[in-house]
Every structure is written in structure tokens, then in C-alpha cells.
Design a protein around this ligand. Structure first.
Ligand SMILES: *[C@@H]1O[C@H](CO)[C@@H](O)[C@H](O)[C@H]1NC(C)=O
Ligand SMILES: *[C@@H]1O[C@H](CO)[C@@H](O)[C@H](O)[C@H]1NC(C)=O
Ligand SMILES: *[C@@H]1O[C@H](CO)[C@@H](O)[C@H](O)[C@H]1NC(C)=O
Length: 253
């Protein structure tokens, strides 16, 4: 999302977020054509983290990104680590973008707030690896609780919290939950059990590594710098939902 491709409307694009549109409209009315949607995402993400976790989570962000003109759901599927990845597959996916295993563990800590859909975890609850049983890595009481939220035959794809400790607060409870075998996605639980990442998870859960101090660093140093467009690359969109075209050609403002 570093070029704001996640904001473009259209069939098969990556996604759309209304709040970002409001921020963009406010900026365009004061200062047209200057602040990219990509920068708005980065600043808004930092502000959301601070609103959810407090000022100890604040971090300085770099700006000057420009917006991309392509958004393909298939790119997100291809580039993002899958919900069922092993810790080493997830590490490889982050490494391919220049991020380390500890960056990955820190960034997955973003699951301290937010939701997933039942469809991503039904296999863990009912038929793990075709066994007809739940994933043995999940606390059985937690399985029971999630099953009530995610009935096997439901026609509605309910949402479930990713962090059942302090679900609306940005904090290290995600890692505590992993140690209690209450990770929701397979990849969450895997980082707590894999020998290459479990020490990092344990240190963040126990507080010997400070999640507030380290999270922003992983966001800025690494994630916020992946494939950024600058200079005359890309464009500054007028609306975050649509690529700006000039005549029949792409407009470089
Ligand atoms: C489930 O299947 C995955 C992928 O084949 C494998 O890596 C994992 O060890 C299996 N887990 C269990 C508990 O059988
Ligand atoms: C990490 O996992 C390995 C292998 O399961 C285990 O030997 C080790 O004690 C664990 N380390 C921590 C810090 O949990
Ligand atoms: C979209 O942006 C890329 C990267 O800035 C550029 O190379 C490409 O020419 C643009 N596409 C169009 C159709 O303008």
C-alpha cells in the first residue's frame, strides 16, 4: 500500500477506505494537489496507532510519497503473507521486501486490533489438515468460543477479533494471547511456536522487549519504505479512489 494502490475503486482492485477519502477532501480544499494518498495512509496509520495505544506509540514518519496508478487484488494476494503460512514462509515473504524476521513479528503485532473473517479459520476450528478435528495448536476452550462465533454451516461469514486480550487497545496483548495458544490465524500461532521467532514473541509478550518502542521503527524503517514512488514517478491523485488521467495519458502533476 505504499503507493496507495489499496484505495482505488474498481472491480478487482485491492480495497477502499472511506475515512481516507474524508482526510483527502479536507487536504484538497486547503492545499490542492500536494499531499498524496500514499502519505495520508502512512500518517493516518500512525495516528490510529497512537489513538489506540497512547502517545508512547508515536513515531515520526517520512512524507513525499507519490501515488501509484495500478491496483490489482492479485498483487496483494501474491505479495502478502498468507493467513496459513508457516513462520518460515512468512519470514521469506517479508525478507523478499527487505524486512527481517523480527520486523515480521513486530508488524504482525498490528493484529493487536482488528478483525478477520470466519472463512479464514474454519479449517482450524473444524477440520485441521483434513483431520476432522480442530488445530491441536489452539487452546480447546478458545476453539469452543470461536466455534460459537463461526458455526461450521453458517451462510454468513462473521468477523472475529484477532486479539482476544485487549481487542480495542494497541498493546502487547496479541503476543500474550499467542503464548496462551489463542492465536486466531495459523500464521499468528506459528510465529509463537517456531524456534526462529518464538524468542522474539516471548520477549514482546513479557515486556523485556518494548512493543511501543519497536513497532514504529518496524513501520517506518521498513514497511513505510517499500517500493515508494518519489520525484516524477506516479502522481498526486485528486480523489484517492481514482487514478488521475489527463486526456488519454496518465497525468504527472
Ligand atoms: C498441517 O499441515 C501443514 C502443511 O502440510 C504441516 O506443515 C503441519 O505440520 C500440519 N500440522 C499438523 C498438526 O498436522
Ligand atoms: C523456542 O522453540 C524451541 C523449539 O520448540 C524451544 O526449544 C525453545 O525453548 C523456545 N524458546 C523460547 C524462548 O520459547
Ligand atoms: C503508471 O505508473 C507507472 C509508474 O509510475 C508508469 O511507469 C506507467 O507508465 C503508468 N501507467 C500509465 C498508463 O500511465
Amino acid at each position: 500500500g505504499c503507493d496507495a494502490s489499496i484505495l482505488l475503486d474498481g472491480s478487482g482492485t485491492e480495497k477502499g477506505y472511506d475515512l481516507i477519502d474524508q482526510a483527502k477532501a479536507a487536504l484538497e480544499s486547503k492545499c490542492p494537489g500536494v499531499v498524496s494518498c500514499a502519505d495520508i495512509i502512512v500518517v493516518a496509520t500512525r495516528d490510529a496507532v497512537v489513538l489506540g495505544g497512547g502517545t508512547q506509540y508515536t513515531y515520526a514518519v517520512q512524507t513525499g510519497r507519490r501515488d501509484g496508478n495500478i491496483s490489482l487484488a492479485s498483487d496483494a494476494t501474491r505479495n502478502l503473507p498468507g493467513d496459513s503460512f508457516s513462520a518460515s514462509q512468512a519470514t521469506d515473504a517479508f525478507r523478499a521486501k527487505g524486512l527481517s524476521a523480527s520486523d515480521m513479528v513486530l508488524l504482525l503485532g498490528g493484529h493487536t486490533v482488528g478483525l478477520t473473517h470466519c472463512s479464514f479459520i474454519l479449517n482450524r476450528l473444524y477440520n485441521y489438515n483434513g483431520s476432522g478435528k480442530p488445530d491441536p495448536a489452539m487452546d480447546p476452550a478458545f476453539v469452543t468460543m470461536l466455534k460459537s462465533r463461526c458455526p461450521q454451516t453458517s451462510t454468513v461469514d462473521n468477523t472475529v477479533l484477532l486479539d482476544h486480550g485487549n481487542p480495542t487497545t494497541v498493546d502487547n496483548s496479541y503476543y500474550e494471547q499467542l503464548l496462551a495458544r489463542r492465536g486466531v490465524l495459523t500464521v499468528d500461532q506459528n510465529i509463537a511456536s517456531d524456534a526462529a521467532t518464538n524468542a522474539t514473541v516471548r520477549a514482546l509478550a513479557g515486556g523485556s522487549s518494548s512493543f511501543p518502542a519497536l513497532f514504529g521503527g518496524a513501520m517506518v524503517r521498513r514497511m513505510g519504505g517499500i517500493q515508494v514512488l518519489t520525484g516524477t514517478q506516479g502522481q498526486i491523485r485528486k480523489s484517492c479512489r481514482v487514478v488521475l488521467w489527463f486526456g488519454s495519458s496518465f497525468c504527472h502533476l
